[in-house]
Ligand binder design. Sequence first.
Ligand SMILES: C[S@@+](CC[C@H](N)C(=O)[O-])C[C@H]1O[C@@H](n2cnc3c(N)ncnc32)[C@H](O)[C@@H]1O
Length: 228
Amino acid sequence: MTMHDDEHGVVHCVRTTAQPDKKGKELKKWREKKRLDLREATGAESSADASSSWISYPGLFAGGGLDVMTALLLRRVLPTIEKKSKLRVLDYCSGNGVIAEAVRRRAKKSKLHLLDADALALEAAKKNLDGDNVQRVLSDGWTSLDASKRFDLILSNPPVHLGLAADFAPLREFLRGLPLRLTDDGVAYFVAQRYVPTRSLTADIDSLRVERDLLDPRFVVWRCARAP
Ligand SMILES: C[S@@+](CC[C@H](N)C(=O)[O-])C[C@H]1O[C@@H](n2cnc3c(N)ncnc32)[C@H](O)[C@@H]1O
């Protein structure tokens, strides 16, 4: 980076045969240290009870913080999670781990998987959530997730755009994979804009029951389970 101000940088790139940034020093220069404030998602009154130090990188979704749709999803789902539960939870399209962090705060013993296609997002997630109960999976959709893994709870704020254009292919893949990835009693919740045609995207997935769980003026939280 040859020059920068608080928000922008000018980068000089040259072609090289050397191993780039082997020790991660260059990447570290871009690291943003923030606080993640989950009050809007948890209903906690003081930020001391609902905030964590938090790592992001430029370009991550919602600036690496709490998005309004993610907050809605969490407000709906967190109260349904028993605090002492040891759920196997998948944060699908996790970004830097906001959903997983909120679940971890609610049910400390849960086993968390974070899946995303963006290596940088997962690099941030590695700093944000670590420990034996956390695994990160770099994967385009379900493709690189171990086929044997099943989850009690799957949560997602999935992508529905590619650039500026609507693109429902990743959401469709998510929905098609759910019957194979949920345990018998497992549930998945995801949030989407009201215009997203979830009913038609799931019309031919017989093995999945999909219900509208919460309707907001702009967004919907959907609940999915395996069909009996
Ligand atoms: C709407 S953001 C949600 C991020 C985070 N869960 C949150 O709520 O703040 C969607 C995420 O999906 C990831 N993503 C996009 N396409 C993907 C794909 N094909 N497979 C896995 N992750 C993908 C993006 O990298 C991004 O982190």
